[in-house]
Design a protein around this ligand. Structure first.
Ligand code: GH3
Ligand code: MG
Ligand code: MG
Ligand code: MG
Ligand code: MG
Length: 314
């Protein structure tokens, strides 16, 4: 693959090669009614290994996004039939924020107020026509770098560093809305409190390091077994699961399946088989707040512990 421009930095060339190697092509949508301008942009952007989609107006852009929801960045012209660039940005911003879908407005400089208006309508950046290749790729890449940085920062704030599960902060932020919707009757909400049994013995018998491997393994299992639920690590060896697609009985059945799987298969850590069990409390009684519903689940968990552990109480 030949990069036809001498202005790229070495680091940029490397990052393109890495993208090529990992087959990770960022999806980009060009929205432009002029066929000539559209193919000019596509030709330039192709050199940067994007997976490129095109649309000739705002209406078509919306339908392309409907089919390709993981498009990361969109470049849109202002003057187009059916739906212009501003209307498109306004419509999209009701659905995607600046960090989910980046938008760069592209328009000619005859009207100097266009750039400010694009940005006021929610575009991340603006590019004046005519532009040179270098400015196009710099703006696109700067915007992508920015949203990637925001995603990394959000991830660091919302996730538990060791297990990569959501943390307590995220659980209560996000959970407040989930709980409020459940309270309005939009769906039922099963709140699960889970705690690994005699985990202190794992640390004491093997090592803290082995304990960490076990925690990561359990976190992985939870992510795989409850793909539609919000799974969080509350701290230590305690986890919480929010299920919005089930009643109490089905939630208990799923948890029992998980409990058995955990109890029946050892976890390999530092060449040793570690056998563990866990206890669970689950309730779909929609309490005043998520916190109080979680307290109910905790009390059930406490009873499960007292009655011998390795069980699910609802
Ligand atoms: P129970 O069945 O009553 O829950 O017993 P337990 O031993 O699991 O509960 P206890 O609360 O007595 O001990 C929890 C242990 O979890 C103590 C602590 O050292 C360990 N722990 C907490 N966080 C971590 C961690 O991040 N890594 C490791 N390896 N251990 C942790
Ligand atoms: Mg136009
Ligand atoms: Mg425990
Ligand atoms: Mg304890
Ligand atoms: Mg505990």
């Amino acid at each position: 693959y030949v990069i036809k421009d001498s202005t790229y930095s070495f680091n940029y060339a490397i990052s393109l090669l890495q993208r090529l190697h990992k087959n990770q092509f960022i999806k980009l949508l060009v929205v432009e009614d002029s066929k000539v301008a559209r193919s000019y942009m596509v030709d330039l952007l192709k050199q940067h290994l994007f997976q490129i989609y095109t649309a000739c107006d705002g209406v078509e852009a919306l339908s392309v996004l409907e089919q390709e929801p993981d498009i990361k960045i969109l470049l849109t012209d202002y003057n187009m039939p059916n739906m212009d660039g501003f209307q498109l940005v306004q419509t999209l911003r009701k659905r995607f924020d600046k960090n989910q879908l980046a938008i760069i407005g592209v328009s000619s400089t005859d009207n100097p107020s266009l750039s400010a208006r694009f940005i006021k309508h929610g575009a991340n950046d603006f590019l004046s026509k005519p532009f040179i290749h270098e400015e196009l790729y710099c703006r696109v890449n700067q915007t992508l770098d920015h949203i990637e940085l925001v995603a990394e920062t959000q991830n660091a704030a919302n996730r538990d560093f060791m297990t990569k599960l959501y943390n307590r902060r995220y659980l209560f932020n996000q959970g407040a809305q989930i709980h409020a919707n459940a309270k309005q009757g939009q769906y039922s909400l099963a709140v699960v409190s889970m705690d690994i049994d005699h985990f202190k013995e794992v640390n004491d018998t093997y090592s803290h390091e082995v304990g960490d491997i076990v925690l990561k393994h359990v976190a992985n299992m939870l992510t795989i077994c409850f793909p539609k639920s919000l799974v969080a690590r509350l701290g230590g060896e305690e986890f919480c699961i929010l299920m919005t697609d089930t009643d109490n009985e089905l939630a208990s059945a799923r948890l029992n399946k998980f409990r058995e799987k955990l109890a029946l298969s050892p976890i390999l850590a530092n060449d040793q088989d570690i056998w563990i069990t866990a206890s669970f409390g689950v309730t779909n009684f929609i309490d005043d707040t998520l916190d109080s519903q979680l307290n109910r689940a905790d009390r059930l968990l406490y009873e499960a512990k007292n009655d011998g552990r390795n069980r699910v109480y609802n």
